[in-house]
Ligand binder design. Structure first.
Ligand code: B12
Ligand code: SF4
Ligand code: SF4
Length: 357
């Protein structure tokens, strides 16, 4: 990098991760850029580091969880608001990591968390697929509904990434599937638009619910406007859709993260067990048709039928060894031990205070 910068002061992987955690990341992992260049999620539209810079050696992937409050209601606004705050925070964390890398003589290019690139499948893909990056960085695997699941927080987290020329030991992807899979299928049952496929997603069906004032909503509004007569133009200008568009420009309201359902009902993660299990027991959106669909997925998996989401290329990110439950069991144990340690520390602090008074 720039010769004016300090020489590399020997940052290793654990030090980079410590920087990310101090900056506020809940999860952090490192993916090797060479491997990412070799395994683009969709080879027809490669979302790879080499598109941005060939100098990148690694990608630091960070995750920030969304507070559970966002998932305790079916109203869109609370989940959306919390997500916007989390995304802003992710940007700040990524900037701090980039600045720290620079102090050590390296660059840190921060990837956009939610925008897409027109050159990549006509603006439907991001500069990177952050979910796939998170898998490559060893943080978890993709779920039945295509959400990225970590053993700690299930799908209830957002992701960011920083490309760097820092040459440190990368993490390895998990081989075990974190998602419980076809026998769970709670995301299939909870999806209001029935968009969940077999380790795939009907994006067209999901989009209007996930982003009510997204790009296609705005383009439909403006094409209707240009085709309309004078009176209809007036009506459109004062319509609820125009208000939604105005709010999306002012506060990104409705641009993304409007539907919490497939994330809220997913039983993976310590946050689910602590705060969501009770209120999510019954899924009101569950129908006999959805139950049947999930049953068909189960049979297809058992029979080894050809499933695109699980083909030789895609299974890398789902977890090639399938579901054993071990990763989730280990996480539950770790979480319980940490809770006990905290309770013991709090009890010791209270006892010490009592002794002094
Ligand atoms: C575009 C986009 C969307 C689109 C499309 C979603 C999608 N699955 O791609 C829409 C608007 C629908 C959407 C919705 C949501 N999104 Co979004 N979205 C993105 C964005 C900006 C780009 C995604 C991308 O580049 N995908 C790339 C392609 C390659 O991925 P893919 O299509 O899943 O690829 C696989 C499959 O398509 C399959 N496949 C390939 N070919 C074929 C062919 C067939 C026939 C089949 C069946 C399958 C198949 O294999 C591919 C490789 O494994 C990212 C940010 C980012 N830069 O990553 C956020 C991102 C993925 N979204 C995110 C979130 C949280 C959501 C929502 C939960 C928001 C909400 N509640 O409203 C929903 C969840 C919907 C869901 N179940 O996936 C988070 C994910 C966090 C997480 N824990 O997973 C991200 C990473 C944003 C962030 N910064 O954290 N999103
Ligand atoms: S975000 Fe909502 S509409 Fe989209 S897949 Fe998840 S539950 Fe279904
Ligand atoms: S709800 Fe169940 S099937 Fe869906 S992603 Fe979560 S663990 Fe997997």
């Amino acid at each position: 990098m720039n010769a004016n910068h300090e020489a590399d002061q020997g940052l290793d992987a654990s030090e980079v991760k410590a920087i990310a955690r101090v900056a506020g990341a809940d999860l952090v992992g490192i993916a090797n850029a060479e491997v990412l260049n070799e395994y683009p999620p969709d080879p027809a539209h490669p979302q790879i580091p080499a598109r941005i810079t060939r100098e990148a050696r690694n990608v630091i992937v960070i995750g920030k969880r969304v507070p559970v409050a966002g998932f305790r209601t079916k109203a869109r606004a609370p989940y959306h608001n919390m997500t916007v705050m989390v995304l802003r925070r992710l940007d700040k964390i990524a900037l701090r990591i980039s600045q720290a890398l620079e102090r050590h003589g390296h660059f840190g290019v921060v990837a956009a968390t939610n925008s897409t690139s027109w050159e990549l499948k006509r603006g439907t893909y991001g500069h990177f697929s952050l979910r796939h990056l998170a898998v490559e960085a060893g943080l978890g695997t993709l779920g039945l509904n295509m959400n990225f699941l970590s053993p700690e927080f299930g799908p209830r987290l957002y992701l960011g990434a920083i490309l760097t020329d820092l040459d440190v030991e990368p993490d390895q992807p998990m081989r075990e599937q974190v998602c419980i899979g076809e026998s769970c299928a709670r995301c299939v049952h909870g999806c209001p638009t029935d968009s969940v496929r077999h380790f795939a997603l009907d994006k067209r069906a999901c989009s209007p619910e996930a982003q009510v004032a997204g790009f296609s909503g705005v383009t439909s509004l403006f094409s209707a406007f240009v085709k309309a007569d004078r009176n209809t133009k007036e009506d459109i200008a004062r319509s609820p859709q125009m208000l939604a568009h105005w709010q999306s420009m002012m506060r990104v309201a409705g641009c993304f993260a409007c539907c919490p359902r497939c994330s809220a009902v997913c039983p993976v993660g310590d946050d689910y067990h602590a705060h969501l299990a009770e209120i999510s027991k019954v899924i009101p959106e569950k129908t006999p048709v959805k139950i049947e669909k999930a049953g068909e997925f189960k049979v297809a998996r058992k029979m080894g039928d050809s499933v695109v989401g699980l083909n030789e290329w895609n299974v890398r990110w789902v977890g090639p060894d399938g579901y054993t439950g071990e990763a989730n069991r280990q996480q539950r144990k770790k979480h319980k031990a940490e809770q006990q340690r905290r309770m013991a520390a709090a009890a010791a602090a209270t006892a010490e205070q009592d002794r002094r008074t």
